[in-house]
Ligand binder design. Structure first.
Ligand SMILES: NCc1[nH]cc(CCC(=O)O)c1CC(=O)O
Length: 301
């Protein structure tokens, strides 16, 4: 039987996610091999991602490995995958979403501080802007590195708290206290593990198909088309979260100016269909009702 070569970034979270995909495949008696690949985004930890000016810093090196046939599939956090993939690469499966939310982690000595008193370390434009909307006085600083590195910096450096994806903390089984941030709409695709392969590799596509979760796919494809329609190639604070409730979809989307002062938000419940993706329609309506102005301001800065 074919040995499936799984490419992964070298971080503990990425490797956990790759092993999760491997476990599904092994359950069906497929042989797997995990091949760690150091990504551009992991090599340069000094610069915030939004300043690197390129998308796909975490995925590019694995894309090349796929196209050079050094691996058969690449496993990624969906939110790290740009909305447009290189020619001949496609997302071929989404694992069931587990934890979509962001969480706040405070250091022990700051645990009694209120939200507006915190100095927060994050390099996410979205987390910063959305937080500033509710607590405009908050001080922020940049932080990079994997989850463990960021937790170590939290203990050692001069800030009170940082914001993580809950999925990261739960997958790594970290024993730390956190607070769920229900107001902070997650990044499109957050909390979802995705598998990328060569579009013309029918054998792998058929073989991996069984791990796809259909509900997750419908939700994240809506979120990602929303993102793609909104951003037009520029990094902005954009959140999107879709969930299926009965035979309806609830979709929450938000775009915010960098300082959190202007924002356009939507919270809709509608009958979804697998033929029509509502993400584009919702984004176009929001662009008309003010989101375009916010995007233009962000581009000008
Ligand atoms: N930006 C880095 C990143 N990309 C995916 C995850 C976690 C897994 C996920 O949310 O799917 C993280 C860490 C974080 O946001 O704290």
């Amino acid at each position: 039987m074919k040995n499936i070569r799984i490419g992964s970034r070298n971080s503990p979270l990425a490797l956990w996610q790759a092993r999760e995909v491997a476990r599904h495949l092994q359950n069906k008696n497929y042989k797997t091999e995990i091949i760690p690949i150091i990504s551009t985004g992991d090599k340069n930890l000094a610069v915030p991602l939004y300043e690197m000016g390129i998308t796909g810093v975490f995925t590019k090196d694995l894309d090349v490995a796929l196209l050079e046939n050094r691996i058969d599939i690449a496993v990624h956090s969906l939110k790290d995958i740009p909305t447009k993939l290189p020619n001949n690469l496609s997302i071929i499966a989404y694992l069931k979403r587990d934890f979509p939310k962001d969480v706040l982690v405070k250091k022990e000595s700051s645990k009694n501080k209120e939200h507006h008193e915190l100095k927060i370390a994050t390099s996410s434009l979205r987390r910063r802007a959305f937080w500033l909307k509710d607590f405009p006085e908050t001080e922020f600083c940049d932080i990079r590195g994997n989850v463990n590195t960021r937790l170590k910096k939290l203990e050692e450096q001069d800030f009170d708290a940082t914001i993580f994806s809950q999925a990261a903390i739960e997958r790594m089984k970290l024993k730390i206290d956190y607070e769920e941030l229900t107001n902070l709409i997650p990044a499109p695709g957050q909390g979802v593990i995705a598998v990328v392969a060569r579009t013309d590799d029918a054998e792998i596509i058929n073989l991996v198909n069984f791990i796809n979760d259909d509900e997750t796919q419908i939700c994240v494809e809506t979120e990602r088309i929303f993102l793609q329609t909104m951003e037009g190639g520029c990094t902005a604070p954009i959140g999107a979260f879709a969930e299926i409730i009965g035979d309806e979809m609830r979709f929450r989307g938000r775009i915010c100016s960098l300082d959190g002062k202007n924002e356009i938000e939507t919270d809709d419940v509608f009958k979804y269909s697998s033929e029509e993706n509502f993400g584009e329609k919702i984004a176009l309506e929001m662009l008309k009702s003010g989101a375009q102005n916010i995007m233009n301001d962000i581009k000008a800065q």
